[in-house]
Design a protein around this ligand. Structure first.
Ligand SMILES: [Zn+2]
Length: 184
């Protein structure tokens, strides 16, 4: 584990090395699983929710195309799955962490805020996602600060290179860039 590896981490608290190492391992595993999900018709984003003891609560990929539903992003899908599994609309008492292969879009930031998730760890930043794929991730002014004010920790830019590679492959292989037709 070199310091170099984490040099571009962004976070809204003082960086905790244990949290970062755990997130790096989980997100790297998610990157590894993405091609299989994509081959099965999912969009190129994957999310997982774990409790503080390292137990997997739920894992979901983006299913916008297969479900014909624009709000079925990986994050909204995995939050829905966790809430169904635990039988509650409020996850806060479970002290759960959300791990995502890419920075949440503006819709998912709202969904995370409403869910009671306590920590968010993501891989590829939105700007890079947009540059590679053309997806419009939305406008998100100071969302790390807003999450800190709500006691939700955020760590980002975790091992993004592997995630970028999967996104590039998705585009190269002709993966659909699902988005509304622009009239502006
Ligand atoms: Zn989203």
């Amino acid at each position: 584990m070199t310091q170099n590896k984490y040099q571009n981490i962004i976070a809204n608290e003082e960086v905790n090395q244990n949290k970062l190492d755990r997130a790096d391992a989980i997100i790297s595993e998610l990157y590894h699983k993405m091609p299989k999900y994509i081959a099965n018709g999912h969009g190129p984003f994957l999310a997982a929710i774990y409790d503080n003891d390292g137990n997997l609560i739920a894992e979901s990929a983006n299913s916008v195309l297969s479900d014909k539903c624009s709000n079925n992003h990986a994050e909204t899908n995995v939050i829905r799955a966790a809430e169904e599994k635990l039988g509650t609309h409020d996850l806060s008492k479970y002290n759960l962490s959300l791990y995502i292969t890419a920075e949440p879009c503006m819709m998912c930031i709202g969904a995370i805020m409403w869910s009671g998730i306590r920590a968010v760890y993501y891989g590829v930043p939105s700007k890079t996602v947009q540059n590679i794929t053309g997806f419009d991730e939305g406008f998100k002014p100071k969302w790390l600060n807003e999450f800190a004010a709500r006691n939700i920790t955020v760590y980002g830019n975790i091992a993004p290179e592997s995630g970028e590679r999967v996104l590039r492959d998705y585009v190269t292989n002709g993966g659909t860039i699902y988005k509304p037709k622009r009239t502006y």
